[in-house]
Design a protein around this ligand. Structure first.
Ligand code: GDP
Length: 164
């Protein structure tokens, strides 16, 4: 079976670990994970008629700059950028991380997950329209309710397979 590596990228506490836990294990916890390390989860999905094993890399308990080290990114067929819709500064962090990821990986597919959709929102549509205009695929997600989570991972998987 083919395997595809996906990195989770984004600022501190935006919900990267929670989105993987929701997608792979169907669970959510309010508890914040403070351990440091790389966690690798796998999920097999069917895209079209093809089975693909998604290998999800999540570096937790580190600051955002650790997440864009070449050793972490290397071999990724795509990445999920995560920002927290309740903290608009995390969108700016996502933009700088995206530039860095593109320098290392080239133009591989990515999706921006604007997470915590279940909470009061702080990101304006105007901020997003510029990004959309430059071709960004932006999804609203909640690791808590599950909104948009599966769709985001699977859209990325589809685009990665189209590119390979
Ligand atoms: P990471 O540092 O980006 O991996 O962030 P975590 O996944 O550890 O999440 C940080 C905190 O935000 C934790 O307390 C989570 O329970 C919480 N959280 C993550 N996603 C959501 C969400 O969609 N909704 C709500 N209400 N809380 C969330």
């Amino acid at each position: 079976m083919i395997q595809k590596k996906i990195c989770m990228l984004g600022a501190f506490a935006v919900g990267k670990t929670s989105l993987v836990a929701r997608y792979v294990h169907g669970i959510f916890s309010e508890k914040y994970q403070t351990t440091v390390g790389v966690k690798i989860d796998k999920k097999v999905v069917t895209v079209g008629h093809q089975e693909v094993s998604l290998v999800l890399w999540d570096l937790y308990g580190e600051d955002q700059f650790q997440r864009v080290q070449p050793f972490y990114l290397r071999g990724s067929s795509g990445y999920l950028l995560v920002a927290d819709g309740t903290r608009s500064e995390t969108l700016e962090v996502a933009q700088s991380i995206q530039q860095r990821a593109q320098e290392v990986l080239g133009p591989v597919p990515f999706i921006l997950m604007l997470n915590k959709r279940d909470l009061p929102w702080a990101v304006s549509e105007a901020q997003l329209n510029d990004l959309r205009a430059s071709g960004w695929d932006i999804r609203y997600t909640s690791a808590k309710t599950g909104e948009g989570v599966e769709e985001s991972f699977e859209s990325l998987a589809k685009r990665m397979l189209e590119q390979s």
